[in-house]
Design a protein around this ligand. Structure first.
Ligand SMILES: Nc1ncnc2c1ncn2[C@@H]1O[C@H](COP(=O)(O)OP(=O)(O)O)[C@@H](O)[C@H]1O
Ligand SMILES: O=C(O)[C@@H](CO)OP(=O)(O)O
Length: 463
């Protein structure tokens, strides 16, 4: 394979689909896709690992620190939506030094050819395969001895892909708790604070299960603010949350009385001090290793802005910490784009404004959709009647909620075309059926699973 073929193969393409061909033909949509594709390329997981890790003979150099490889085994546990790419880079860098391990990706994610076993497991809800992978990872960790080096290549999605229920809990308890949390509008730190108190591999589980081995966590971050203890529920990190926090989160999100009785009983016992807490910062376990971030949305943001500028747009990032209810965030972004179209503020046109982060959706209906689709639909009403504007919102992992697509674009005609087709856009939002809106008016963004995972990107373009 030539270098060019290789690049083509790695190139993630975003396809614009749907019922309005004039949208696809417009230059603005093509420009937006180029910007977003640049962003995704900048967070290629293999490249992220190669930027941070190098080997010289029997030494692995990471973040200015040397890890000697002889005198023990190297175990590689790669888990998350970007596990395939991260593991491939590490296998190449370590070239024969890896003595065992496991790679776990979400079902349906293509992984590159690897020497280590690759397993697929359930996401966003853990399944039997997640439990089998969690058990296998725990078996490998419990077998690790002093002198061994445990490498954990972690990316978002890991929480569901590895499941090892604490004593007294079953997989069904974890699935039901996760489902209620995901539908409650809770942020990922909240969801993971609960999961860390129900499962053994989360919240510092790696050094707990392999207390005498050295460990090194390499993280591709998909959490807002890059709080590493939240990514994949922090298997190599001290846990700042306590049983009492997990309890309060379930209360605040109004699901405490609906979670399985066994989960409630465990959290109640933990809160009463009858169960050991997860290990906290300063615990001696963490002296045997370190965890560092090899990539995050920040690299993608820089690449999107560079691509916008190269295409002649004035470009700025509005925020890299967008959170809150998706359709409300969309409404605000729609207002900002309206200001651009009407008054050329805050940037002179042609302009590209970017908001990155992770919104949430409080699920009340039974429709199909995702955060990015709801954000775009939320913006559409504020764009009505404007020409030369476009808002594109994309999940960097290529899968937006239950929609089966990666995101969507809206312009000044989307809302009206939906109404002309007899749809009620507000009703669709209320039913969490944003997919139906875009199936009718067009503008779906399809990538398939991208093999990487940082945040969501909402891009506002004005000609
Ligand atoms: N019909 C829907 N409309 C909007 N959002 C949805 C819908 N169904 C699920 N979601 C949201 O999708 C999220 C899970 O989707 P996913 O893209 O897998 O998240 P992540 O990328 O964070 O892993 C859930 O938090 C849920 O709130
Ligand atoms: O695994 C997880 O805990 C989260 C955050 O890292 O990822 P995702 O939202 O993709 O499931």
């Amino acid at each position: 394979m030539t270098g060019v073929d290789q690049m083509e193969k790695q190139m993630i393409r975003i396809a614009l689909e749907g019922g309005r061909p004039e949208l696809a033909r417009r230059g603005l949509a093509a420009a937006a896709l180029r910007m977003l594709e640049s962003g995704l390329r900048a967070v290629d997981p293999g490249e992220a690992v190669r930027r941070s890790v190098r080997r010289e003979g029997a030494s692995l150099w990471v973040g200015g620190r040397e890890y000697r490889l002889e005198g023990g085994r190297v175990l590689l546990l790669a888990v998350g939506k970007a596990a395939g790419g991260m593991a491939a880079a590490l296998e190449e860098i370590l070239d024969g030094w890896i003595g065992g391990g496991l790679v776990t990706v979400p079902a349906g994610t293509a992984a590159p050819p690897l020497s280590l076993p690759v397993r697929e497991a359930g996401h966003p809800l853990p399944d039997e395969a997640s439990r089998a992978c969690g058990e296998e990872a725990a078996r490998l960790l419990r077998g690790a001895r002093s002198g061994d080096l445990v490498l954990v290549a972690l990316s978002g999605g890991a929480s569901a892909l590895w499941s090892l229920p604490a004593e007294g809990l079953g997989l069904t308890d974890l699935r039901e708790t996760t489902r209620l949390l995901l539908e409650s509008g809770a942020a990922i730190e909240e969801i993971n604070a609960v999961r860390k108190h129900l499962e053994l591999l989360k919240g510092g589980g790696v050094p707990l299960l392999a207390p005498s081995a050295r460990f090194l966590g390499l993280i591709l971050s998909d959490v807002v603010g890059d709080r590493l203890e939240a990514v994949g529920s922090g298997p190599t990190m001290p846990d700042p949350s306590r049983f009492a926090d997990a309890w309060r989160i379930l209360e605040r999100r109004r699901i405490l009385d609906r979670i399985p009785a066994a989960v409630r009983a465990r959290l109640a016992a933990g809160r009463a001090g009858k169960l050991p807490e997860t290990p906290k910062a300063g615990h001696p376990l963490f002296a045997r290793g370190e965890t560092l971030c090899v990539g995050s949305a920040q690299e993608a943001i820089a690449a999107i802005l560079r691509s916008a500028q190269a295409q002649g747009f004035a470009a700025a990032c509005l925020t890299s910490t967008l959170q809150g209810e998706a359709s409300q965030a969309g409404l605000v972004l729609g207002n900002i784009l309206r200001e651009e179209a009407l008054h050329g503020r805050p940037l002179p046109r042609p302009s590209a404004l970017l908001a990155a982060g992770e919104t949430t959706v409080r699920i009340a209906g039974k429709g199909r959709g995702g955060r990015n689709l709801e954000l775009a639909l939320g913006a559409a009403s504020r764009l009505v009647g404007l020409e030369g504007v476009l808002l594109a919102s994309l999940a960097s992992d290529g899968v937006d909620g239950s929609s089966g697509v990666g995101g969507a674009v809206v312009d000044g005609e989307s809302w009206k075309s939906a109404e002309a087709a007899g749809l009620d856009p507000d009703g669709l939002l209320a039913a969490n059926n944003s997919l139906a809106f875009f199936q009718a008016v067009g503008g779906l963004l399809r990538t398939g699973p991208t093999g990487t995972n940082v945040n969501d990107f909402s891009l506002l373009l004005a000609e």
